[in-house]
Design a protein around this ligand. Structure first.
Ligand code: NDP
Length: 399
């Protein structure tokens, strides 16, 4: 079918590469390009020999001209951006210049401000339309599958959806006192920011981790969850017409939060550069460098994740509740692709999103969030490529 250029060679990219190779009918060729070439080459060495042809390249994706030159050389049908959110705009600029479709898993965030919102990427809508190319934003799990679940619920189960609670629960244990499951810098910026939720047409801000709930989940049991601001709230608030409230909750253990509080209190989570022995360093970037690499957690992590959505709304004039979720086992993921479940649950949907765009199943010039497309082929692909979903009674709210 065609060729994908994968930018990034970290935890998520590794899963994307594995999954593209498992889907060689669609991904006949891939090029893995990242800042550190040796990481791309290591992935190539591990996976070459199958039907998918693999090449590698070094690229600084902060530099649009470098990305343009690479796209011109590789001539991909789609660029899969699994580097960091800081590179979204430079890579989108390069896609515009070369008229190549674009897929990512996280919305743009300026490196010097801990603030993420879709505004910057939505501003590209007209230019992508005029260029006749498709951008698919947020094709991970959350954002990503949670948006597909929402479109699926609306298509098949509701006339109107009134509330969505997204519950992201990780019952995995990697044995370290403190580590993050994906890029530490991005993860800690997200958690230490103010929370927010959407209600009655507006966003309501909370203090960081101010709102706590305990849910009893299928398979993984009782979990402490905290309300966070999350990017899909912004797009779902627009795309699910009639929605009255959307909230996002994520699990954090007491141990994790205690470490985080100490790091915050001593200034290690700050993104303001400081002088250290004549060098400028950003405390959070230094912290990220000393924490375990999320890609190294795979062999140590045991347990499962459970991520899904609870919907309430109306069908045929009656009130209704619907719960849909995926359970993913860290050790099974490691056996299959050498990564823990957080990278896996992000990398599989990134590959599926790229497949949807490349095969023309999802093709709409412009900048699109995932819930704007027909969810059915994506839902089918989730079952086929390792993230089967289940429907059941809602998890019980314990406190
Ligand atoms: P990692 O830190 O493991 O990997 C990031 C990769 O990007 C590294 O290989 C890094 O290179 C590369 N990179 C960073 N800057 C540049 C640059 N300027 N040019 C080229 N390459 C660069 O992160 P993860 O794999 O954990 O996360 C990848 C993305 O997935 C992030 O955007 C994250 O927010 C997103 N994500 C989305 C989720 C979802 O459900 N939607 C869930 C989890 C993550 P180097 O090796 O040299 O550092």
């Amino acid at each position: 079918m065609g060729k994908a250029l994968i930018i990034g060679a970290g935890g998520v990219a590794s899963v994307v590469v594995h999954k593209c190779c498992q889907n060689s009918e669609v991904f006949e060729e891939i090029c893995i390009a990242s800042r550190t070439l040796s990481k791309c080459d290591a992935l190539k060495d591990k996976l070459q020999g199958g039907k998918t042809k693999i090449t590698t390249a070094q690229v600084n994706a902060d530099n649009t001209e470098e990305v343009i030159a690479l796209i011109k050389k590789v001539k991909p049908n789609v660029v899969i951006n699994v580097a960091l959110p800081y590179q979204d705009l430079t890579i989108m600029d390069a896609c515009l210049a070369t008229k190549v479709d674009y897929v990512d898993t996280a919305n743009y965030e300026p490196i010097d401000t801990a603030k993420f919102e879709y505004k910057w990427q939505w501003d590209y809508k007209k230019r992508f339309e005029e260029a006749g190319i498709t951008a698919l934003l947020g094709s991970g799990f959350d954002p990503g599958v949670t948006g597909v679940f929402s479109a699926y619920a609306l298509k098949h189960y509701f006339d109107e959806i009134h509330t969505i609670d997204i519950l992201d629960a990780n019952a995995g244990d990697h044995g370290y006192p403190f580590a993050t499951n994906f890029n530490p810098e991005i993860n800690i910026r997200e958690i230490t920011a103010n929370g927010s939720y959407f209600e009655d047409g507006q966003f309501i801000e909370t203090e960081p981790l101010e709102i706590k709930r305990v849910y009893n989940f299928p398979v993984i049991g009782n979990k402490d969850m905290y309300l966070l601001h999350h990017e899909e709230l912004e797009s779902l608030a627009l795309n699910i017409t009639g929605i009255k409230r959307i909230r996002f909750f994520m699990t954090f253990s007491e141990r994790y939060l205690t470490h985080l509080k100490v790091l915050e209190n001593v200034g290690m989570t700050s993104i303001k550069p400081i002088d250290y022995e004549g060098h400028k360093i950003v405390p959070l970037q230094f912290l990220a460098a000393v924490l375990p690499d999320p890609a190294s957690l795979g062999p140590r992590t045991k347990g499962k994740t459970n991520i899904g959505n609870i919907f309430t709304g109306i069908k045929d004039g009656k009130e209704k509740t619907y719960y849909i979720y995926n359970v993913c086992d860290h050790e099974e993921c490691y056996k299959e692709v050498g990564s823990q479940a957080i990278s896996y649950t992000t990398g599989v949907p990134a590959m599926i999103g790229a497949m949807m765009v490349m095969t023309g199943t999802w093709k709409r010039p412009g900048v699109n969030n995932i819930e704007e497309f027909d969810p059915d082929p994506f839902m089918e692909a989730l079952n086929k490529f390792g993230l089967p979903w289940q429907e059941s009674f809602c998890p019980e709210l314990v406190e």
